[in-house]
Structure formats: structure tokens, C-alpha cells
Design a protein around this ligand. Structure first.
Ligand code: NAD
Length: 498
């Protein structure tokens, strides 16, 4: 049964003022309408931002440990509703149930981790250079934060942004991706049930241009936190730059996995399959390039192709399904377009390369797990983010060569190396240009208490998760308290040492 979802503004569930709605369909069975959602516009954003600005006046004054108590409650509610949330997520974006449970779990972890900050959120006390003077720095909230999120982690990514922002004392307007508004609405429902006051969290659904743009441009929004493609991120950064807004960007990836000849190859094979085809390859951290040492390249490729062919595609709600569909028709066309580009550029299609057919797959956006061999670093399939179940295999002669190929991309999010040689592992850790390096693990699997983000075109220098995310959602204030009772001039007055 299709559910009717609403926006959440100022503590009320409301329709778009225009009354317009859009449909959210199941990518594993496009005949199923999961729900309908408000197709909002600039007017709805205006109301949400005003509600958030009004709420900020009081929310910022609530002691952080009290803000955190509400967040702890939210984490508990999410844990109680985990199965229901995961099943809805699988219906709206397709990834298999084990993975949507993981997505919700990441949100729960983020709730508890961020809530812990309510009793930390440390500033610094330090020494002043003048006598009888006290110096310290503290974190203060930024204000109204606009958040724009993608569809591949419909729960985890909004929580990575909202939870630290809220515990820091900010208020939020969330615009989720149009492919996954239902999970976002349920998450906001959890936050309302947990007790966040009206206006502290607001949700407005609709298209990127019609809803995202007015949110970014609104003068009362001080900060934009965006996760999505580098193309859209670049435009958002330009607008934020012009308006001098704070802007945190988490963008695309073209993540390499290096497999050296001394590696545990069985382990590397499991990692390659999980990294390349988990979430149907639709992860910013997906393994999209496998860089093999020439000594093991042929045998490893053969085994990878054999295993890729055996992966069970299907509706993510059915036990036994290992790979779900792509998120929508456009995504399948885009992935297939890249397969054609790979062929044209001279790569060798070893398996896959077409829409998947078979019982239970007729009405979904399924695509065969695809492996390309004979890929060279200059080819577009080795350079551009495909965001689908397509992996490119490149062959190298040495560790240095592998690292050079790994770094030969505009992106720098995740990376991995399989080797038993600790020296090689450390050289890779030092020299691969990426925000994350795994040793003997695939490129996916981040944990919420470490910083998450990338270098080069993957972002603009900020990190989510870990305690580093607090730097995004708070402003530093330095405080000097002079208790000398006289005017002391820093850098000018000499301090007499008796
Ligand atoms: P997208 O850039 O198309 O959309 C992301 C969000 O931006 C959506 O909510 C969309 O509606 C909105 N949007 C689109 N155009 C806009 C505009 N002009 N103004 C304002 N908002 C706009 O990305 P997607 O297809 O939803 O997600 C896939 C991309 O996200 C991939 O590139 C992937 O690598 C990236 N991603 C990055 C991370 C990370 O943490 N680095 C995590 C997940 C996904």
C-alpha cells in the first residue's frame, strides 16, 4: 500500500503549499508505488527556513547535554524500529536487506556517538601572554544548516549531518534525494518522537533545482552540507562562495583496490566482490578499479569473473538476494552508457555488460555484475565515476606502479591494498592520495567514529563523522578575560619578570 508522506515544518506534518506530489517507486518492481511525497518549491523552503531560524533562538541555549539526551532517545527509537526502517529503505532504493539494516545501524551508531559529544565538545583553555589574563576557546553553533543528501545511504548520510549539527545547537532543514524521501521522512518522524522541539528539524522534499537551489540561496541559511555528485557539488560551492556561506561537500569517488602478488588472494577475492558489487556498486566508496600485480592478474581475474557471474540478483527483501537493482531507469541507462564507452575505448568485457533478465527481474532496474579487463589508466571507465556494478581491472608490475595508477584520478575518497608485507602496506598508507586507506579490506566499510571524506575532487577539505565533524557544525570563539584591572596591550606592552 502506497503511503502518503508530508513535509515536516515547524513541528507540523504539512503538504507542499502547491498541493503537488510526486511518486516514489520500488526499483526492484516499478509497478509498486512505495509512497507519494510533497513536490515542494521555494515557498515551502521559505517556511521551513523561517521555522528553523525561529527555533535556533532557543535551541542554541539548551545545554548540550540536554540536547544530547534527546539524541540518545532518537538512537533508541531507531534501534527499536530498525527492521521496519530497513524494509522500507529496501523497497524505496533496492539494496538488499542486510545492507539496509547496516545503513540504519550506522544511523544508530551516529546517534549514540554524536550524543556523547553533548558532554564533551571540548574547547581549549590555554595561557595568556599577559599576566592576570585568562584565555580559552569554545565551540558555538553556526545557525540554520541546509542539508542536501543522496539516495544511496538514505538513513546514514542524513544522520551523519543532522546529529552532530543538532548536538552542536544548530537547527536543520533537510532536503533528501527524490529517490529516497520515505526513509528521510521516517527518520524525521523518529526525531519528532524523540522530543526535538518544533522547528529544530525540518524536512522539505522535492527536486534538486526547485527545492535544493532556494535552500542554498536563502540568506538565513548559514551553512550548506551536501553529499552527492562532484558536478552538483561544484555548482553548490560556487553559490556558497559567492554568498560567503559555510559549505561542506562530500562528493564522488573512483576507488582503487591494489592486490599485490604476496596477498592472501582468497581474502582479496572476497573483498573485491563485496567492494565492487555491494549496494550494486552504488557507493561513493565502491571498488571501481582493481589494480593487480601482473604475476597474479590472470588467475585473479578469472576467479573474479567466475564469482561475479554467480552473484544472485533479486529483490532485496527476498532472502538469498545478493545484489539488488540500480536505483532508477536513468541510473541503469547511465551505467550501460559507460559499458559502451568502455568497449569503444578498447577495454575487454569479461562478464556482464547488459540489463539482467530472468524470473523476478522483469520489472526492476537490474544490471549484470560487469568486469572489464585490459583497462588502461587513460580510459574513461578508469577515470570517471560509474556508480554501478562495473569494475575495471588494470595490471601493474610493481607497488610503485600500482600507487601511480591508484593516484591517477581526479578523485580521492577510499582506497585499499591487499598485501602480507607490512613495509608495502605502510608505503601505500603514506602514498595513496585518498581520505581512507584499508589494508587487507575492501574500499567500503567506514566506521562512524573515524573521520570520513576525501581529497582532490572528492570534497573541499571537510570531514564527516569522527570528532572532526564538529569543526563543520560549530564556529570557534576565542575568549580573553583580563582580571588585571588595567589596560594590557598584547604584543606591545613588555611583561616585567621580577
Ligand atoms: P546528485 O548530486 O545527483 O544529488 C544529490 C542531492 O543533490 C539530491 O538530493 C539532489 O536532489 C540534489 N541536487 C541535485 N541537483 C541540485 C542542484 N542543482 N541544487 C541543489 N541540490 C541539487 O547525487 P546522487 O545521484 O543523489 O548521489 C550519487 C553521488 O553521490 C555519487 O557521485 C556519489 O559518489 C556521491 N556520494 C558521495 C558520498 C561521500 O560521502 N563522499 C556518499 C554518498 C554518495
Amino acid at each position: 500500500m502506497a503511503e502518503t508522506f508530508k513535509n515536516f515544518i515547524g513541528g507540523e506534518w504539512v503538504d507542499a503549499a502547491s498541493g503537488k506530489r510526486f511518486e516514489n517507486r520500488n526499483p526492484a518492481d516499478w509497478n509498486e508505488v512505495v509512497g507519494t511525497h510533497p513536490d515542494s518549491d521555494a515557498g515551502d523552503i521559505e517556511r521551513a527556513v523561517l521555522a528553523a531560524a525561529k527555533a535556533f533562538k532557543t535551541w542554541r541555549l539548551v545545554p548540550a547535554p540536554k540536547r544530547a539526551e534527546i539524541l540518545f532517545r532518537a538512537g533508541q527509537i531507531m534501534a527499536e524500529r530498525k527492521e521496519e526502517l530497513a524494509r522500507l529503505m529496501t523497497r524505496e532504493m533496492g539494496k538488499v536487506l542486510a545492507e539496509t539494516r547496516g545503513d540504519v545501524q550506522e544511523g544508530i551508531d551516529t546517534a549514540f556517538y554524536s550524543a556523547g559529544e553533548g558532554r564533551r565538545m571540548y574547547g581549549e583553555t590555554t595561557n595568556a601572554e599577559m599576566p592576570n589574563k585568562f584565555a580559552m576557546s569554545i565551540r558555538l553553533p553556526v545557525g540554520v544548516c541546509g542539508m542536501i543528501t543522496p539516495w544511496n545511504f538514505p538513513m546514514a548520510i542524513p544522520t551523519w549531518k543532522m546529529f552532530p549539527a543538532l548536538v552542536c545547537g544548530n537547527t536543520v532543514v533537510l532536503k533528501p534525494a527524490s529517490d529516497t524521501p520515505a526513509t528521510a521522512a521516517k527518520l524525521v518522524g523518529v526525531l519528532a518522537d524523540a522530543g526535538f522541539p518544533p522547528g529544530v528539524v525540518n524536512l522539505v522534499t522535492g527536486g534538486g533545482g526547485r527545492v535544493g537551489t532556494p535552500l542554498i540561496e536563502h540568506p538565513s541559511v548559514r551553512l550548506i552540507s551536501f553529499t552527492g555528485s562532484s558536478e552538483v557539488g561544484r555548482r553548490i560551492a560556487a553559490t556558497c562562495g559567492e554568498k560567503l556561506k559555510l559549505c561542506s561537500l562530500e562528493l564522488g569517488g573512483k576507488n582503487p583496490m591494489i592486490v599485490m602478488e604476496d596477498a592472501d588472494l582468497d581474502l582479496a577475492l572476497e573483498g573485491a566482490l563485496w567492494g565492487a558489487f555491494g549496494t550494486t556498486g552504488q557507493r561513493c566508496t565502491a571498488t571501481s578499479r582493481i589494480i593487480l600485480h601482473e604475476k597474479i592478474a590472470d588467475s585473479f581475474t578469472e576467479r573474479l569473473v567466475e564469482r561475479a557471474r554467480k552473484l544472485r540478483l533479486g529483490n532485496g527483501l527476498e532472502p538469498g538476494s545478493e545484489v539488488g537493482p540500480l536505483v532508477n531507469k536513468g541510473q541503469r541507462e547511465s551505467v550501460h552508457g559507460y559499458v559502451q564507452i568502455g568497449l569503444k575505448d578498447g577495454a575487454k568485457l569479461l562478464t556482464g555488460g547488459k540489463a539482467a533478465a530472468g524470473p523476478g527481474l522483469e520489472n526492476g532496474w537490474f544490471y549484470e555484475p560487469t568486469v572489464f579487463g585490459s583497462v588502461t589508466p587513460g580510459m574513461r571507465i578508469a577515470r570517471e565515476e560509474i556508480f554501478g556494478p562495473v569494475v575495471a581491472i588494470l595490471t601493474v608490475k610493481s607497488l610503485e606502479g600500482a600507487i601511480e595508477v591508484a593516484n591517477d584520478t581526479d578523485y580521492g575518497l577510499s582506497s585499499s591494498i591487499y598485501t602480507r608485507d607490512v613495509n608495502r602496506a605502510h608505503i601505500a598508507i603514506r602514498d595513496i592520495e585518498a581520505g581512507i586507506t584499508y589494508v587487507n579490506g575492501p574500499t567500503i566499510g567506514a566506521e562512524v567514529h573515524l573521520p570520513f571524506g576525501g581529497v582532490k575532487d572528492t570534497g573541499n577539505g571537510h570531514r564527516e563523522s569522527g570528532r572532526q565533524v564538529l569543526d563543520v557544525f560549530s564556529e570557534w570563539k576565542s575568549i580573553y578575560v583580563d582580571y588585571s584591572g588595567k589596560l594590557q596591550k598584547a604584543q606591545i606592552d613588555d611583561v616585567e619578570i621580577q
